[in-house]
Design a binder for this molecule. Structure first.
Ligand code: URA
Length: 263
């Protein structure tokens, strides 16, 4: 039975037939690989579209800031300026990642940025080049930012860890704790108006929580012990593997953009 016949039968039986409203148009960065951006009304029999309808992609208005507290012992870099901090990071041997890294990956971008983007840890490309988010995931991140009108030169991009964990394994709590003072000083020096954290691992460590990503998305958090707003979204490397979730990432970025529009 084709879709038109099915629709006629269902209507005759008094069963409401769901018809999608106008299709949401996603920016190219958020288009899924196996599902090109549509600008026409989709066919109602598409299960995929039904799933989209349930998952409304209107931007969520920012909610209240949720405070959190951290108790981790952190290296104090409070006295360091950019030059000293960079120097200390480049020669850091506080954890065993120093033995396996090629280059430390300090962070890059605008030192007066309103937006700070925090990732997890360098991957192979970043380890080779000494710059964050320069591989495939980095290219997607660049496109995602461009979709909300941000160039990489306008934001500051960095990772929670400055060295690559071998084989891209998850960072250990010890590594994160030993590295955290650097990140904290970078945040103090930049004084961002908004931190966008990509990925569960960075988000959980930064916000000192074990909440899953699904619960961390969709609200505005406060960086522990500060009032700096933090918005959480998917890691671009995850989105490359699971492009269907790009829609939700687009929601997150729109929410962050909405917050920025109040500055
Ligand atoms: N993934 C990250 O979290 N950071 C990078 O710099 C690259 C990939």
């Amino acid at each position: 039975m084709n879709a038109a016949e099915q629709s006629r039968y269902l209507t005759a039986m008094g069963i409401p037939v769901w018809r999608p409203k106008a299709e949401m148009v996603l920016p190219a960065a958020f288009a899924t690989d196996n599902e090109p951006i549509r600008t026409h009304t989709p066919q109602p029999e598409s299960l995929h579209i039904a799933a989209m309808a349930e998952e409304r992609v209107t931007p969520i208005p920012p909610k209240t800031i949720v405070p959190a507290v951290t108790s981790a012992p952190i290296l104090s870099c409070a006295h360091m300026d950019w030059a000293e901090l960079k120097q200390v990071v480049s020669t850091c041997t506080r954890c065993s990642l120093a033995k396996t890294r090629t280059k430390t990956v300090f962070g890059t971008g605008n030192l007066q940025a309103n937006w700070m983007i925090v990732g997890e840890a360098p991957g192979a490309d970043e380890d080779r080049q000494g710059e964050p988010f320069v591989g495939r995931a980095g290219r997607l991140l660049t496109s995602m930012l461009a979709a909300i009108g941000l160039g990489r030169e306008q934001v500051y991009i960095l990772n929670m860890l400055k060295c690559r964990p071998p084989n891209n394994r998850d960072p250990s709590v010890e590594e994160v704790t030993l590295c955290r003072g650097y990140l904290e000083r970078q945040i103090e020096l930049i004084k961002p108006k908004l931190i966008l954290v990509v990925g569960r691992i960075a988000a959980q460590h930064l916000l000192n929580t074990e909440a899953p990503l699904a619960r961390l998305r969709g609200q505005v958090h406060a960086l522990p012990n500060t009032k700096t707003p933090v918005v959480v979204t998917y890691h671009p490397a995850y989105l490359l593997r699971k492009p269907i979730d790009k829609r939700k990432a687009w929601q997150d970025l729109q929410m962050a953009q909405q917050l920025a529009s109040t500055w």
